[in-house]
Design a protein. Structure first.
Lengths: 162, 550
């Protein structure tokens, strides 16, 4: 490297850049461990549906809970302007519930308060995530995406019984 | 290094001035709605009283987002970068008419989009997610604004290329290089939203096709949506690198690292949009993870910027007599409102950056997505680092282009400190209440699920938002009165163009070569986006007809 044309990097600056890289790499490790060792995951493509007919037949024509085996449930939830179907659900403590959520009209959000379940609900797609309920109580699920005039009132409640 | 004494021509000053005029005019309308939303959160809903004119919270929120985040920024940026290119290269625009065509296309686009917005025919927020359907004029207007900004960019590229031809072997001046990199990045980034509107939203809103593919639309949108953030931010960085050092009486600490940071932004700004779609059902988790890692990597040039800017400021502060670990901060010229605005914006940006890392963190995003945390975050970035830097720039730019002295430095200080104070209160409250679970984009006063424990934070949202309103209106009135004053003193303002500590001619040549960086950018884009774009486009189903739901 000639002195005439070289990259000027101050020693402090070099250290700062190294610290920055170490910091970012450790964050990347942290999210990877949380994601792949502890299984805290984000949704992936589940299936495509036709939003024009999804409420007419199939599981979202009769949205709600299905018990697969003791303590294991599927919850089919239909989002529409401006309500979730069903509006209420009840599961026992310790229940593992896999949610399948879709919309028949515009985009919505589905955030189950005080859990890691928080998904975008997109017409034509199915948002799937699983939650295990270890604490009894009432968990509101609220719409977190603007979906029109009645958006603010769009919510439901999941009861976890002791 | 010879001193750059170039002055913009009267016509060019006027041209830049028109950009600022439209930018501030948009801000003056967009900012009206901020306190309405904030006060609504505190339980004081003023929207019912505005019903004859503005129909709903959502119409107000749409105007707030579109006018502030899209119009104030884009108009200001294209004007400021025109000045930076011209001053940096010490030559006028090569084809001023081309720039003018670009600018007036943007104005026509603004008016076209404003009509449905004001008539409540496009209350779809600034993300306009289909299948919520706005009037076609809204999409057409946005397209024209983007196309106009492209044309202004072409004007800058031609000017830059002409300068290179006239100055063989000379390193490109940083102010011009940074500006042109910003416009090239913007050109690449906006292809996403251009394809979204032209192939889907515009034909659909005109009734030519039945429906849309909302998932594909989100992918297109966020191809543009995150680099949009860097389109806002890079002009602020340019001010911190190329103008602020001069204003504090110092020199840029490292010319080559400043250039390196801009090239990294070109390379890394676009291929990371899936980090806005972590909780989307239609994007595979593996691609989201890749974009998470790429998002971390774009943090690096921002960290480099933080070092260079703080080092520049520290050396200047010490040269002015500042002692001790933080004494140099006190001796910076806080009496100059242009400096103060940018320093305060930078301080807020420190917190905005930390919050941004949390947003980018893949699964951590599950607790933040679409909560009030997110607007809390971006008010620290686009509404603080960016907006306060733009405010700071206008304190010298408006006197420069009008030839009139700012009528009151005191008012400028009031504007800065009110905005800063309000923002501290507002954004902290938004972050906290978002972590507790409050959704964004929601008139919480109407929401039946609000627990009592949120109310203290929501009150702070209203208080902070109101203080900010007084700050920004102090700013707007100050600029308007300066521009239209007949009594204002004639100003003898120079553009505060900074020099670097090193002769830029010593900067390595690879930091002045376009081809490798452009090739790298395209390759990285193809790797990060290609497979998913091919997959989502080949599986397109336009089966969501949607409609008007407000």
């Amino acid at each position: 490297m000639t002195s005439k044309s070289s990259m000027h990097i101050d020693p402090y600056e070099r250290n700062w850049i190294i610290i920055s890289i170490v910091l970012l790499v450790s964050f990347a490790v942290a999210i990877s461990v949380a994601g792949f060792a502890f299984g805290i995951q984000v949704p992936s493509p589940e299936q495509r549906v036709d939003p024009r007919t999804v409420a007419d037949s199939g599981p979202w024509a009769d949205p709600g809970l299905r018990e697969l085996s003791p303590g294991k449930y599927e919850a089919y939830i239909l989002a529409q302007t401006w309500s979730f179907l069903p509006r209420e659900m009840t599961v026992p403590i310790g229940a593992e519930v896999t949610f399948y959520i879709t919309s028949k009209d515009v985009q919505h959000g589905f955030k189950l308060q005080e859990t890691n379940l928080n998904v975008q609900v997109v017409p034509g797609q199915v948002s799937k995530l699983t939650v295990t309920f270890d604490r009894p109580g009432d968990y509101d699920y609220i719409c977190t995406e603007y979906c029109g005039s009645g958006h603010a009132a769009m919510f439901g409640t999941l009861h976890v019984e002791p | 290094m010879s001193t750059n004494t170039y002055e913009l021509s009267a016509a060019e000053k006027k041209f830049v001035g028109w950009h600022v005029f439209f930018a501030v005019a948009a801000l003056s309308v967009g900012a009206l709605f901020g306190p309405l939303q904030a006060l609504e959160h505190s339980g004081l809903d003023l929207y019912p009283y505005l019903k004859p004119v503005f129909k709903s919270y959502y119409q107000g929120l749409t105007l707030h987002g579109v006018l502030n985040a899209l119009v104030w920024t884009t108009f200001f940026i294209t004007g400021f970068l025109t000045l930076a290119v011209s001053k940096g290269l010490e030559r006028p625009m090569k084809y001023p008419k081309l720039n003018a065509v670009g600018f007036w296309t943007m104005v026509v686009g603004l008016v076209t989009a404003a009509i449905p917005l004001l008539l409540d025919e496009a209350s779809v927020l600034y993300t306009f997610y289909p299948p919520m359907k706005a009037n076609w004029a809204f999409y057409l207007g946005l397209t024209l604004v983007v196309v106009g900004s492209w044309i202004e960019g072409y004007g800058m590229y031609y000017t830059f290329a002409a300068w290179r031809k006239e100055n063989p072997g000379v390193r490109s001046p940083l102010a011009a290089l940074g500006s042109v990199i910003t416009m090239v990045m913007w050109q690449i980034a906006t292809l996403g939203v251009a394809v979204e509107i032209l192939t889907m939203l515009l034909p659909w809103s005109l009734g030519l096709i039945e429906g849309t593919d909302p998932q594909l639309a989100r992918t297109y949108f966020w191809f543009t949506g995150h680099p949009l953030v860097y389109f806002w931010l890079l002009p602020a960085y340019l001010s911190w690198y190329s103008f602020l050092p001069k204003q504090v009486g110092g020199k840029l600490f490292s010319d080559s690292l400043a250039r390196f940071a801009f090239w990294l932004f070109l390379l890394l700004s676009v291929p990371l949009g899936f980090h806005h779609q972590y909780v989307d059902p239609g994007v595979p988790a593996g691609w989201k993870f890749l974009h998470a890692i790429l998002t971390y990597s774009v943090f690096l040039p921002s960290m480099m910027t933080a070092f260079t800017v703080v080092a520049t400021l520290e050396k200047a502060g010490r040269a002015r007599g500042g002692k001790g670990l933080f004494g140099w901060l006190r001796t910076l010229p806080w009496n100059n409102p242009s400096v103060t605005a940018q320093l305060l914006g930078g301080i807020l940006f420190f917190f905005g950056g930390i919050g941004g890392l949390a947003n980018a963190s893949y699964n951590v995003n599950l607790v933040l997505h679409n909560t009030a945390w997110v607007p809390g975050h971006f008010h620290l970035t686009v509404a603080s680092a960016v907006t306060m830097s733009f405010m700071g720039i206008t304190y010298w730019l408006v006197p420069y282009v009008t030839g009139k002295k700012l009528i009151s430095d005191k008012a400028a200080h009031w504007a800065n400190w009110l905005w800063f104070t309000g923002m501290v209160i507002f954004s902290n409250a938004m972050h906290v209440v978002g972590l507790l679970g409050a959704p964004r984009r929601t008139p919480l006063g109407l929401a039946p699920y609000i627990p009592e424990e949120w109310s203290g934070h929501l009150l702070r949202v209203g208080i902070g938002g109101t203080i900010m309103f007084f700050g920004i209106y102090t700013y707007i009135i100050l600029l308007a009165r300066t521009a239209w004053s007949k009594k204002a003193e004639a100003a003898d303002v120079e553009i505060p163009l900074a020099q670097a500590e090193q002769d830029p001619q010593n900067t390595p040549e690879w930091l002045d070569k376009w081809v490798p960086w452009l090739v790298g950018t395209v390759v990285l884009l193809i790797v990060a986006y290609g497979p998913q774009l091919i997959d989502q486009i080949s599986n397109i189903s336009l089966n969501a007809p949607g409609g008007r739901v407000w």
